[in-house]
Design a protein. Structure first.
Length: 334
C-alpha cells in the first residue's frame, strides 16, 4: 500500500496555456479572435519515491513544458503541483531537492567556466558549504560518482565529449544532494553507444542514492530501459498511463501501439508494422473530440465529438472510448 510519505511528486489537473494571439490592434483591424496554445491541458499523476516515471510522446506533445513546470521555470495556468508537502507559492523551497538535467549538454554548461566552477555553483549559491576545502572535496566526490577524474575539474566543457559533458551536468544536478531529478531528453543529443553509458550510469546512481526520476523522452526504446511507470502524452494530454511492464506488454491506446512499433526487434526484424501516419494536428486548433482520431484506424463517430477521459486502475489507465467499449487493442495496428 502506497502512503503519502512514499509519494515524491503529485500533479493534479495541471495545465499550461500560452496566449499566442496577434497584437491587440491587429486583432481589431482584422477581426481575429484570441488564440491560445494549450501546451499541457489537464495532466494528473503521482511519482513514487525511488522510481522512474517516464513521459513519452512525439515532439510538441507538451513533455518539456511539463518538465519546466515541475522545476518551477514555468507557472501552471491551472492545477496544482505538490513536492512532498511543498506546493504553490512555496515551490522555490523545493529547488535544492529537485534539479534538472537538460537535453543538450553542449548548451547547458557555461563554456567560460571550468568544470570545478560549474559543479560548485549550486553549492555556493545555496550556501551548502562555506569553506573552499570542503567544496573542493565535494567536487572531487561528485566527479568520481559520475565516472570522471579529479583532474577534469580544471578543464573547460569544450575539452570533453558529449557523453562526458552530460556526466558533468549530472554531477552539477547532484551537487545540491537532490533526490528528485527531472531529465528532459538527457540522451537524445548523444550517439547511441554513449546513450547506453549515460542511461546505465543513471540507473546505477538511482540504486546507490535512492534517486527519483521524472524522465522525458520521445524514444520508446530508452523509456523501456529506464521506466517504472510510463505516461504517454499526445497534444498536451495523457492518453495512456500505467506500470511499465504492463503497458509495454499489453498497450491499450492505438497511439501507444504505434509508438511501440518504432522499437527495433532483433528477433523479428521483418515483423509487420503499422507506420505512424498523418501529421500532428495544430495544437492551437486541435480537432474536436479525441485529438488522435484523425490518425487513428479505430476511430468511430463518437471519437470525433467526445473527448475521452482516463479510465482504469492503478496498473493501467487509457483514454480511449473504443478500447473502453471492448474493442481489441490489437486492431489499432491493423
Amino acid at each position: 500500500m502506497t502512503t503519502a510519505i512514499d509519494i515524491m511528486l503529485t500533479a493534479e489537473d495541471v495545465a499550461c496555456w500560452f496566449d499566442v494571439s496577434p497584437p491587440w490592434l491587429a486583432r481589431v483591424v482584422e477581426r481575429r479572435p484570441r488564440r491560445v496554445l494549450k501546451a499541457v491541458d489537464g495532466v494528473s499523476f503521482q511519482i513514487k519515491r525511488g522510481t522512474t516515471f517516464s513521459i513519452v510522446g512525439e515532439s510538441g506533445c507538451g513533455k518539456s513544458t511539463l518538465a519546466r513546470m515541475v522545476v518551477g521555470l514555468i507557472r501552471p495556468t491551472r492545477g496544482r503541483l505538490r513536492f512532498g508537502t511543498i506546493s504553490g507559492r512555496d515551490w522555490a523551497a523545493a529547488t535544492p531537492r529537485m534539479q534538472m538535467i537538460f537535453q543538450d549538454p553542449y548548451a547547458s554548461l557555461n563554456p567560460r567556466w571550468r568544470v570545478a566552477d560549474i559543479v560548485a555553483e549550486p553549492i555556493r549559491e545555496l550556501g551548502l558549504m562555506r569553506h573552499g576545502a570542503d567544496v573542493a572535496t565535494r567536487i572531487n566526490e561528485l566527479l568520481g560518482l559520475v565516472g570522471l577524474a579529479r583532474s577534469d575539474a580544471d578543464r573547460y566543457p569544450h575539452e570533453f565529449s558529449g557523453g562526458q559533458r552530460q556526466r558533468i551536468s549530472i554531477a552539477r544536478a547532484l551537487a545540491t544532494e537532490a533526490h528528485f531529478l527531472v531529465c528532459d531528453e538527457p540522451t537524445s543529443a548523444l550517439d547511441v553507444s554513449v546513450q547506453a553509458q549515460i542511461l546505465n550510469l543513471m540507473r546505477a546512481l538511482q540504486a546507490e542514492l535512492n534517486l527519483t526520476y521524472l524522465f522525458i523522452s520521445h524514444n520508446m526504446a530508452v523509456v523501456r530501459h529506464m521506466s517504472t511507470e510510463i505516461a504517454v502524452m499526445y497534444l498536451g494530454r495523457i492518453v495512456e498511463q500505467g506500470l511499465a511492464d504492463s503497458l509495454l506488454a499489453a498497450p491499450q491506446h492505438p497511439y501507444t501501439r504505434l509508438l511501440l512499433d518504432t522499437i527495433p526487434d532483433l528477433e523479428a526484424p521483418n515483423r509487420s508494422r503499422a507506420p505512424l501516419g498523418g501529421e500532428v494536428p495544430n495544437p492551437i486548433d486541435p480537432p474536436p473530440g479525441c485529438s488522435f482520431h484523425p490518425r487513428c484506424a479505430m476511430a468511430v463517430d463518437r471519437c470525433r465529438s467526445v473527448a475521452p477521459v482516463l479510465r482504469g486502475g492503478p496498473a493501467a489507465q487509457v483514454a480511449c472510448d473504443v478500447v473502453a467499449a471492448g474493442a481489441p487493442a490489437a486492431t489499432a495496428a491493423s
